[in-house]
Every structure is written in structure tokens, then in C-alpha cells.
Design a protein around this ligand. Structure first.
Ligand code: PMP
Length: 279
């Protein structure tokens, strides 16, 4: 089967799936989404992702259109039909199709979309050698905790990273590191793992929370606190967390080597723990 889509409950090959140009997702970016991956064919941390999906929708006074049971049934059906070794499951809901006008339409059904595509893991070499990043001004809006489909600032940042030939753009607001364009950022300084606190400035990553749980289980000290760009550059280790990046070492930022310029021991330990959690 090719990539699959499910639009308002209608399942089809992804290439045949359509929504109206009057959809508010298309017109205003008026919608929220989630990306969930499978390990061994099973959706990973589905409940955590769905809880965030609900929180994002609620923050925008948006309805998910159907209850969790229906979304779970669609996910099962998509996985049954697509049958990839591993799948990237995308969930999206928008405020629906209505004549273009900024305020919420009074009667409108939300548009629900799921897609199922093959997940291609990152090159093993980027995990063993570590990745590079640049820092950029965080120009996003004031509610980065909402996983909205309005990703223009993230798109621009990731494009800048691509043009610079590096993996990720690490965003900095008023001198403080918030997160990556598609990931959360953690540093190791004096043996302490430091990462930006939850709040409006970052997306509360499902992977971030699970990695912090691993960190605490390992008995490593943690500080959920903002660090400066200078702290990032001077850290002994830097790594990213996220659904697709998992635990990914960063060995160079803005052309400067981090620590010894190779993946550090704490990052490697957590990457191994992540593998055993998911493998
Ligand atoms: N921050 C941003 C901006 C992201 O897009 C992502 C990826 N969803 C993350 C953090 C990591 O979140 P998660 O671990 O839930 O995938």
C-alpha cells in the first residue's frame, strides 16, 4: 500500500486526499497537530501525544471533532493498511471549512486528517559522530507550547540550518536558549543536565519528559532552567530530544566544537537508555 491518508474518516492513498481551499488550516493555519512514531509497529507514547493534542486544541478553543476512541480506531486502520516496517503517524485537526473571515465561524465541523508514511530512521553515522547546529533568533509567537500548524518561523529556521549545511537550528530568545526548530535542547554543564523549563516558550516535548524521567532514574542531577547562548557553546555536552531525533548528540554549534567535539558520555548513556526503552 502507498502512503495513506484519512480525511474526515475517509481513508485513501495519500496522493488522492484533498481538503477545501477554504479550510481554515490552509487560510489561517488555524489548527493543531501531532507526530507519533511507531517502534516495532506499535505507536509510541500515544497517550502522551494525544493528551498534548487535546491541550493544544483546547488552548485554541478548537474541537478535535471526535473522541479519543475514534482517533485510536483511525490510527489502527491506517497502520493495518500501510504496513510499513516503521510509520510516522501525523494527526491534524483544523477549525474546518468556512468563507474566509478571521473570527471563528459559528457553525462549522472541524477537519480531521491523519497520514501514515514510512519512517526512515536517521543515518546511523549522525548518531555516532554527532550532528552540527547553528543558533538563530527565536522569532516565534508567545505560545510555543501549542503545537499549532503555524510553523513558518520553524520552517524559516530549519531552512537556514539546511542552507548552513547543519542538522538543526537552536533558537535563542533574549540571549536564552529555548529549543530547536524541531526538537528540545539539553546541555550538560558541570555534570548537571540543563534544559529550558516548560511554559509558553517551548513545546513540552513528549521525548523531553521521558528523557528527564530516564535522567532522574539514572540519578543524574537536572535543572529545568534557561541557559544562555554562551552556556550552550561552553557546555561539555549538548543533545537534542524529539520523536524523530530521539536522543541526538550535537558536537558543533555555530562552527565551535562542543566539549571534546565528539558525543559525550552522558549523551551516549542516555541514547543507550532510550534505545532500550524503545527497542
Ligand atoms: N520542539 C519543537 C518545536 C518540535 O517541533 C518538536 C517535535 N515535535 C519537539 C520540540 C519535540 O517534541 P516531541 O518529543 O514531542 O516530538
Amino acid at each position: 500500500m502507498p502512503d495513506i491518508a484519512c480525511v474526515n474518516g475517509h481513508v485513501s492513498p495519500l496522493a488522492e486526499a484533498v481538503v477545501s481551499i477554504e479550510d481554515r488550516g490552509f487560510q489561517f493555519g488555524d489548527g493543531v497537530y501531532e507526530v507519533i512514531r511507531t517502534y516495532r509497529g506499535q505507536p509510541f507514547a500515544f497517550d502522551e501525544h494525544f493528551a498534548r493534542f487535546e491541550r493544544s486544541a483546547q488552548a485554541l478553543h478548537l474541537s478535535l471533532g471526535h473522541g479519543k476512541d475514534q482517533w485510536v480506531a483511525w490510527v489502527r486502520e491506517g497502520l493495518r493498511l500501510s504496513r510499513f516496517p516503521e510509520t510516522k503517524i501525523y494527526l491534524q485537526v483544523t477549525r474546518g471549512q468556512a468563507p474566509r473571515d478571521h473570527p471563528f465561524p459559528s457553525t462549522v465541523l472541524p477537519t480531521t486528517v491523519l497520514t501514515f508514511r514510512e519512517l526512515h530512521p536517521l543515518d546511523a553515522s549522525i548518531r555516532t559522530e554527532g550532528a552540527r547546529a547553528i543558533t538563530l533568533d527565536d522569532i516565534r509567537w508567545g505560545r510555543c507550547d501549542i503545537k499549532s500548524v503555524n510553523l513558518l518561523a520553524n520552517v524559516l529556521a530549519r531552512q537556514r540550518a539546511k542552507e548552513a549545511g547543519v542538522f538543526e537550528a537552536i533558537l535563542v530568545r533574549n540571549g536564552l536558549v529555548t529549543e530547536g526548530s524541531v526538537s528540545n535542547v539539553m546541555i550538560v554543564r558541570n555534570g548537571v543536565i540543563e534544559t529550558a523549563p516548560e511554559g509558553h516558550q517551548i513545546l513540552s516535548g513528549v521525548t523531553r519528559a521521558m528523557v528527564l524521567e530516564l535522567v532522574r532514574k539514572e540519578g543524574l542531577p537536572v535543572a529545568e532552567t534557561f541557559v544562555g547562548r554562551e552556556d550552550l557553546l561552553a557546555a561539555s555536552e549538548v543533545f537534542l530530544t524529539g520523536t524523530t531525533v530521539e536522543v541526538l548528540p550535537i558536537v558543533q554549534v555555530d562552527g565551535q566544537g562542543i566539549g571534546a567535539g565528539v558525543p559525550g558520555p552522558v549523551t551516549q548513556r542516555l541514547a543507550r537508555r532510550w534505545e532500550s526503552l524503545t527497542g
